[in-house]
Each structure stands twice: as structure tokens, then as C-alpha cells.
Design a protein around this ligand. Structure first.
Ligand SMILES: C[S@@+](CC[C@H](N)C(=O)[O-])C[C@H]1O[C@@H](n2cnc3c(N)ncnc32)[C@H](O)[C@@H]1O
Length: 337
């Protein structure tokens, strides 16, 4: 499969080289990325991976938006996932849109990494055969022009560091392009400047060498199997993330996602099993997260920063933040805020 090159925003060879380096990491990771990020692909709503807490928070926001659109009388919905990886988030959205009674669901996910797109296509095969669903995954580059028409997307996603891989000088073009196609809600997450190290597509135990060169927005990575990569990556402060999208969207939400859970996570190779099962601590951590998620001092030290933003074309009035309760069709097995 070749990268679908829509009308290009750039013909800069350095940008294309950077894209190839990023695709190489996620292509090599293949199914390991899916296992690392999402756990069992058949259990779409279990949210029990290493980012389970952050996933749940993102999911609450997305559920709330889908419910809002449906309550406004819409029965058709357009979804876009930029940098979709193995497509888990788009499958979640499509499944839930069906449950809510949307009868015309058009969803497109795209990613630089061919192996991720192939996984997404395979995992979505049955779902995409359901009546009323048009779900596709493609290889494409977010730094290029999107094929979507102006204001044609109700909900657009750019989750888990896709934006961190975009060359800094291309970010404002990318933000403008996402805003061009999005009539409704946009959700992004990025790694914060105060986050703990990540091996991107693997558990951190797999890293032999890691160095983020912030002055060059470049990360050097050597995995335990000796594979070396150097690729574009940057961390964001909350204000940097906000500044990217303020010219194009009404920013509804900027919050730290997972200030405590990752730092308190235990290691099966080291900690005794009884400590791993202490759900009381998880409940306490969730309360702490709620208390600190919007405090400036903590947002930039969270594992991720979440941005929820709206374009002018959305129908109806947005539900106030936190408006979804556990009874609103929530899929989580864990504590819901
Ligand atoms: C950490 S993964 C996140 C995947 C998915 N959004 C998720 O939440 O599981 C980052 C993804 O961004 C993709 N990516 C990075 N730069 C991209 C670009 N310019 N265009 C499209 N995808 C990109 C990578 O290939 C990778 O699959």
C-alpha cells in the first residue's frame, strides 16, 4: 500500500524523511503497539492497559459528545481519526454511535504506518460490513492536505502523541487543516513537558537508550534488541498546545491526564501481587486526579495533556464539562467520574 498523497501542503523532502522515520517505529512495532496501547483488541471497552485511566477520561468526553449530537436529532455522523494507529478509538466511536442509534456513520482513520493501518483494517472488517456504516482506514500523512470537505467532520481525533511527531514548523498548518474539515468537536492528547519517559510503541523496559533533544525536537531511541531510531518528537506545555489551536477553535478543555496513575503504577517483576490488587488506592488516585487535572502546576506534569475544542459549526449547546454520568451508557468497568 502506498501513502495516499492528497494535494500536498508541503513538498519539503525533510518533512517526508521525518515521516518515514516515524512510520518505521510503528511499522516495526506492528501488533506489539496494539497490545501495549490497548490490550485485547476484542475487549474494546475494558480500558485496562497502561493508559487505562487516561483512556477512560478521553472516552467520557467522546461519549458525551456523541450523546449530545444524537440528542440534537442527528442520525448521521462523520468521524475522523488522524494518526489512528491500530484504529481502536475509531472502532470504539463507531460501535457506540451504532448503539446510540445513528443510522448513517462515516468514519475514516489514517496513519503513516502501513502495519498499523493493516491491523486497523483487519480488526474493523466485520464492523464495517454492518448496515449504515462506512468505515475505512488508509495510509496517509497528517502534514498533507486532508481529502475531507470543509466542515464535514463532526468529531475529529488526534490521540496519543500524533501531534508530538509533527515537525514544529508544520504544526500551525496541521491545526488549520484539522479545523478546516471539522465542523464540530476536536480531541487531542499529547505528552506533557513534565511527563515520564515513553518508549512510544513499547513498555519502557524495552529501552536501552533514550535521549530527547528538546532543542531539536528529536528523540533518539535504542531498543533492547539493538534497533536504533532517531525521529521527530516534542513534548508540549499546556499553553503550547492551547496556542496551536486557539486561532482555529473554541478551546473548551485543557487538562492534565494521568498525573498520578503512571507514577504510582507497580511492576509485576518487582512488587508483590497483593499490592497490585489494591483498588482502594486507584479510587484515591482518581480523586486526586480530579482535584489536580486543571491546576496549572500539575497539567504540565501529567503524563498527557488533553485538549477538547469546538468549531463554530456544531449543532446544539455543548453539555457542560463532566455532564456525563456513569449511568449514561458508560462502558467502563472501573470507577466513572
Ligand atoms: C502513539 S501512536 C497513537 C496511535 C493512536 N492515535 C492511538 O491512540 O492508539 C502515534 C501514531 O501517530 C502516527 N503518526 C505520526 N505522525 C503522523 C503523521 N504525520 N500522519 C499520520 N500519522 C502519524 C504514528 O504512525 C503512530 O501510529
Amino acid at each position: 500500500m502506498t501513502i495516499a498523497r492528497h494535494r500536498q501542503l508541503t513538498s519539503d523532502p525533510a518533512t517526508h524523511r521525518a515521516a518515514d522515520e516515524i512510520a518505521a517505529i510503528y511499522n516495526k512495532a506492528g501488533k506489539d503497539y496494539l497490545a501495549y496501547a490497548d490490550g485485547d483488541p476484542a475487549r474494546l471497552f475494558s480500558f485496562d492497559g497502561p493508559h487505562g485511566y487516561a483512556d477512560q477520561q478521553i472516552w467520557h468526553l467522546l461519549q458525551r459528545e456523541l450523546a449530545r449530537l444524537r440528542a440534537s436529532g442527528k442520525s448521521s455522523i462523520r468521524l475522523l481519526d488522524a494518526g489512528c494507529g491500530p484504529g481502536t478509538w475509531l472502532r470504539r466511536l463507531v460501535v457506540h454511535a451504532l448503539e446510540l442509534g445513528f443510522t448513517d456513520i462515516k468514519a475514516r482513520g489514517f496513519d503513516l504506518a502501513v502495519s498499523q493501518v493493516h491491523q486497523a483494517q483487519a480488526l474493523a472488517r466485520r464492523l464495517s460490513e454492518a448496515s449504515g456504516i462506512h468505515l475505512r482506514f488508509e495510509v496517509a500523512d497528517l502534514t498533507e492536505r486532508l481529502p475531507e470537505a470543509d466542515a464535514s467532520v463532526d468529531v475529529a481525533l488526534c490521540l496519543y502523541s500524533v501531534l508530538s511527531h509533527i515537525p514544529a514548523e508544520r504544526l500551525s498548518d496541521v491545526a488549520r487543516e484539522i479545523a478546516r474539515v471539522t465542523s464540530g468537536y476536536f480531541v487531542a492528547t499529547v505528552r506533557s513537558i513534565g511527563s515520564t519517559p515513553s518508549a512510544f510503541a513499547y513498555p519502557v523496559e524495552n529501552i536501552r537508550h533514550l535521549q530527547l533533544r528538546s532543542d531539536r525536537n528529536e528523540c533518539e531511541l535504542e531498543l533492547s534488541d539493538g534497533t536504533r531510531n532517531a525521529f521527530n518528537f516534542r513534548l508540549f506545555s499546556a499553553s503550547q498546545l492551547r496556542d496551536c489551536f486557539t486561532p482555529h477553535f473554541l478551546i473548551e478543555e485543557v487538562r492534565g491526564l494521568d498525573v498520578f496513575h503512571t507514577r504510582f503504577s507497580l511492576d509485576r517483576r518487582w512488587n508483590p501481587p497483593e499490592l497490585l490488587q489494591d483498588s482502594g488506592v486507584l479510587d484515591e488516585l482518581a480523586l486526586l486526579e480530579e482535584a489536580c487535572a486543571t491546576k496549572a502546576a500539575f497539567i504540565d506534569r501529567a503524563t498527557h495533556i488533553l485538549l477538547g475544542a469546538r468549531n463554530g459549526g456544531a449543532q446544539g449547546n455543548p453539555t457542560p464539562s463532566g455532564g456525563l454520568s456513569a449511568g449514561d451508557g458508560c462502558h467502563c468497568r472501573k470507577r466513572c467520574r
